[in-house]
Design a protein. Structure first.
Length: 745
């Protein structure tokens, strides 16, 4: 067991009425009623010496578990809501030493693989030696009925893991920092975690999801690192540049970076400038002139990715395609007979381009025939016995591409095949992919790093076709890849604009094009027949709009349009915060659609069996990626795991890994990119004013396949339509493409 741990006083904001002071209390923890991983505030039920009934104890602690023995000093108070409590000012936690305490401790779910059933068996078999058996002589666990080699190893590993995690938690807690990320710190650094943090606390902000610069900065201050130290300034510059990549920038103007870092973190500008120079000297940062001649500062890997992507794309685009010798005048009638109708003039010209070009771009809005065009091109390539490879940036986009093309399609990540041993994709310039034609759908979603990884893996002899809607939101990650490629002129671009007759009957399609042209959309009356597919519900008050949205999702839309409220209806919203933000709407929709069932709370979020959830980051070990949506099928208390179904497979998450997931009844419009849903419900309100812009509204509308319902105000709608390119991104890919093309000429 870990060493005894002393903790500080309870939350000063927990106000109660004093009765007496300077008391001592000792006893066995029966259960943990409440524990905040953010503040450490804890409420315990304790079987205390000298008390017949369980005693309520409040404390502030990194972690306490049932079965442990506590010795507390504090005072008895009467809480107006909860009655008599012992409020501790100091607390000592000791490992359990009674058989009852040990059994309760092991059965509390602290150790994966041991629940109440196996806790009773282990204590019966080994008594007070059970901790020593698990830690040092785990082979003896096989003596217990029901424990085989696999469970034995799981118990041994979980025991070592929880010891290390508790040590990290205690360290963080002693420095006034939330303990909620201790497990992720352990996964990143192992048993060297505390030493790594002592040497450079800012490594936490660089390496650990959910820990920002300010959290690392608090630890640094406790460790005696000065506010104007070089270490802090260098970390601050890196942090600011990483924050800016989250905003879509590949680089940032030098003067603005200095001012931003200095102002945000109270570091003198000359020290920030020195930190940038040091980063450039160490090649962590690079400097390059921007389009206006002003210097831009890059994190080195983004600079490399931009320059290498430009060079490789230009090299790939040069020359002729694999079907350059095919007669287009013969191929076009043949493929039209295959698909059963005639192609439009722009589509026919696009087919001719695909036959002669080495790389090309197909763009256009909804209903303009991109899918039909791609199918025609694929038919011609496959008729010539050439291998076609289809991919898209997200799982949902890849699934849509497979359904529309009738062929296998993968995510870019799965196509490139991540190798956990090396931490890199298996396919690259040294081990290229196999194929003659590569088609990337929803390519506007590809950020700089993913596009660079893909272009490195495409064989020089192959043809590349990028398909996407350049008028949608740019990628969540840094860069404007599709727009920069189009504007550079490096590869031929086909922009489809003709709306086909069947699509023209849809208000979703016609309104999307109206919005893209800067015109207000047109909506039917609320009483219109069910053939209408795009509605607007006026609600001026945000709180009232949120209530209306919940009623529409849970009652009105399912009843009128016969749609499943969880499977078929997706709420997409401009932002996370506010009454019409994803966080509040998720809580409201969870209460309405899935109010009961096995539940676990982690990182301030409630996860319940049956919930719809979204993956928030790429996890190559689990083979799930940012934006994947699944359903929780089991909350497994004994194994301390959540089981989530993504399509046809189950993925397991330790409770400590749940910061990778978020409820997905409501998601942001950015997160919805590349996906289509039978129905989308979109709050659009002046509460979202800072984020309202045309491409955001356009993207939201085009996510709905059968039905779109907007809720909010016409004023917010007009603001969004009138605001174009509100936030330009700093990238030099277009200029580098042009330079690479000139160099290659």
């Amino acid at each position: 067991m870990s060493e005894n741990t002393r903790f500080m006083a309870p939350d000063p904001e927990h106000r109660v009425n004093a009765v007496s002071a300077d008391e001592e209390l000792a006893g066995l923890v029966e259960r943990v009623t409440f524990h905040s991983e953010e503040t450490g505030f804890t409420v315990l039920k304790v079987r205390a010496r000298g008390h017949r009934d369980l005693v309520s104890v409040t404390a502030t602690a990194a972690e306490i578990n049932p079965g442990e023995w506590i010795e507390a000093r504090g005072e008895w108070r009467i809480d107006p809501r909860h009655g008599r409590q012992f409020q501790s000012r100091s607390l000592v936690v000791r490992p359990p030493d009674s058989l009852e305490g040990i059994e309760r401790y092991l059965g509390s779910g602290l150790i994966r693989g041991i629940g109440p059933h196996y806790a009773k068996k282990l204590v019966a078999a080994f008594g007070k030696d059970v901790f020593d058996i698990i830690e040092k002589r785990s082979a003896r666990l096989l003596e217990v009925e029901g424990i085989g080699p696999q469970r034995r190893e799981a118990i041994r590993a979980a025991w070592q893991e929880q010891k290390a995690v508790r040590t990290i938690m205690t360290f963080l807690f002693s420095h006034g920092v939330s303990t909620s990320r201790a497990f992720r710190i352990f996964k990143a650094y192992g048993e060297e975690a505390i030493e790594r943090i002592r040497m450079d606390p800012y490594c936490l902000a660089r390496d650990i999801r959910g820990i920002g610069f300010r959290t690392a900065d608090r630890i640094a201050e406790r460790l005696g690192i000065r506010k104007d130290s070089e270490l802090r300034a260098r970390a601050a510059v890196d942090y600011q540049l990483l924050e800016l990549t989250d905003e879509g920038h590949c680089a940032y103007p030098l003067a603005n970076l200095v001012a931003r870092t200095s102002s945000a973190l109270d570091i003198p500008e000359n020290i920030v400038q020195d930190a940038i120079c040091h980063g450039i000297a160490e090649r962590r940062l690079t400097q390059r002139a921007g389009p206006d001649g002003a210097p831009l500062i890059y994190l080195a890997r983004f600079d490399l990715a931009e320059s290498d992507l430009a060079r490789r794309f230009v090299r790939l685009a040069r020359g002729t395609g694999p079907l350059a010798n095919v007669d287009a005048d013969k191929a076009l009638p043949w493929v039209e007979a295959q698909i059963g109708f005639s192609l439009a003039p722009a589509q026919r010209e696009a087919v001719r381009t695909a036959l002669r070009a080495k790389a090309m771009i197909i763009t256009g809005g909804p209903g303009v025939g991109k899918t039909t065009l791609v199918r025609a091109i694929l038919d011609i390539f496959e008729a010539k016995r050439l291998k076609v490879v289809l991919c898209a940036p997200t799982g949902r986009a890849a699934k849509r591409l497979a359904e529309s093309s009738g062929r296998e399609a993968k995510t870019v990540h799965r196509l490139l095949a991540f190798d956990a041993r090396t931490g890199e994709f298996r396919h690259n310039e040294r081990h290229p992919l196999m194929g003659d034609l590569f088609v990337v759908d929803e390519s506007s979603m590809m950020d700089l790093l993913l596009a660079h990884d893909l272009i490195r893996a495409i064989p020089p002899s192959a043809e590349l076709i990028l398909v996407g809607d350049v008028d949608q939101l740019p990628s969540v990650g840094p860069g404007c890849i599709l727009r920069d490629l189009i504007e550079s002129g490096v590869a031929p671009v086909v922009r489809l604009t003709h709306i086909f007759r069947q699509a023209a009957r849809s208000r979703i399609v016609t309104n999307a094009h109206r919005i893209n042209e800067g015109l207000m959309p047109e909506f039917p009356a609320a009483s219109a027949d069910e053939n209408e597919d795009c509605y607007f519900v006026h609600s001026a008050d945000p709180a009232a709009a949120a209530r209306t949205l919940v009623r529409l999702v849970t009652q009105n839309i399912p009843r009128r349009f016969r749609l499943d409220p969880i499977q078929d209806i997706q709420v997409i919203t401009p932002m996370q915060r506010g009454e019409l933000g994803a966080r509040h709407l998720n809580a409201a929709l969870q209460d309405a659609l899935n109010p009961t069932g096995p539940t676990v709370v982690r990182f301030g979020v409630r996860f319940r069996q049956g919930d719809k959830v979204m993956q928030l980051q790429n996890d190559y070990d689990k083979d799930v990626f940012n934006g994947d949506i699944g359903r929780i099928v089991r909350v497994h208390e004994e194994e301390r795991q959540l089981h989530v179904r993504f399509d046809d497979r189950i993925v397991r998450y330790d409770f400590q890994e749940l910061d990778e997931l978020a409820p997905a009844y409501a998601i942001t419009i950015h997160k919805s990119q590349g996906s289509e849903y039978p129905c989308v419900v979109v709050p659009i309100h002046t509460q979202h004013y800072m984020l309202l812009q045309r491409n955001l509204l356009y993207t939201a509308l085009t996510r709905g396949r059968r039905l779109v319902v907007l809720i909010g105000t016409m004023k917010a709608l007009a603001v969004a339509i009138g605001r174009v390119e509100a936030h330009a991104r700093h990238t030099t890919l277009r200029e580098r493409l042009c330079e690479a093309m000139q160099t290659a000429s």
